[in-house]
Ligand binder design. Structure first.
Ligand code: DX5
Ligand code: ZN
Length: 229
């Protein structure tokens, strides 16, 4: 059984965009990774930001920039996001017909490659690209918006994904509705990276963010401990 440290990745989608640099600095202390949600108004029904914004906030943090591309097509934008300062680039399996090629392109840019699955997409969709993956991002809400309720059927998908990857060094990241109540359940099921937007950015101050992250981390670790017991 592989055991990995639990990582918390605040999603800046829930931050105050008018003060984006300050908000990234404010979560930096407690965060392991910074999660950046890129939306195009086509693959998902919302629009956020592109490479220039990623580049602008790169100076605000030395943490891993975990860039979640909810865009179609993704391939033409992999290089601009790599140049902007992404460390991990995640594409959606549903966003294009040539996932294997997209993952190769990300690694050829010297970046870690991730694939994300919408709630309705089975984990078997990525069975034949596991050797090209550093991360699997399981959406636990329908992508596009923060603050939605966690979809309970995803616990079983996390378990199945965890079983499928075996001892391969692939992170299982969960995204959507992650908070102190769901955190122990996702780590018990096999997730090791937890994205959280609204649960981190509530309170509006640096000290609130640090405390929120610590609360999620403690809950996540408790879930892992209970699963091991
Ligand atoms: C949704 C995004 C998430 C979002 C999560 O499409 O991918 O990263 O910020 O927000 P919460 O944690 O509020 O559900
Ligand atoms: Zn995301």
């Amino acid at each position: 059984m592989r055991s990995r440290p639990i990582l918390i990745a605040p999603s800046i989608l829930a931050s105050d965009f008018a003060r984006l640099g300050e908000e990234v600095r404010a979560v930096d202390e407690g965060a392991d990774w910074i999660h950046l949600d890129v939306m195009d108004g086509h693959f998902v029904p919302n629009i956020t930001f592109g490479p220039p914004v990623v580049k602008a906030i790169r100076a605000a943090s030395k943490k891993v920039f975990d860039v979640h591309l909810m865009i179609a097509p993704a391939d033409p934008y992999l290089e601009p996001f790599a140049e902007a300062g992404a460390d991990i680039i995640t594409v959606h399996a549903e966003a294009g017909p040539h996932l294997d090629r997209s993952l190769q392109a990300i690694r050829a840019l010297g970046k870690k490659a991730g694939v994300s699955l919408n709630p309705a997409t089975p984990e078997s969709a990525i069975e034949y690209v596991l050797d090209k993956l550093d991360l699997i991002l399981l959406m636990t809400v329908n992508p596009g918006f923060g603050g939605q309720a966690f979809i309970p059927a995803m616990f079983e998908k996390i378990r199945r994904t965890h079983a499928m990857i075996g001892d391969r060094p692939i992170h299982i990241e969960v995204d959507g509705g992650v908070a102190p109540d769901t955190a122990p359940l996702v780590t018990a099921a096999g997730a090791d990276v937890l994205v959280a937007g609204s649960a981190v950015f509530k309170g509006g101050t640096r000290s609130a963010y640090t405390a929120n992250i610590a609360t999620i981390r403690d809950a996540a670790r408790a879930g892992l401990a209970s699963a091991a017991a």
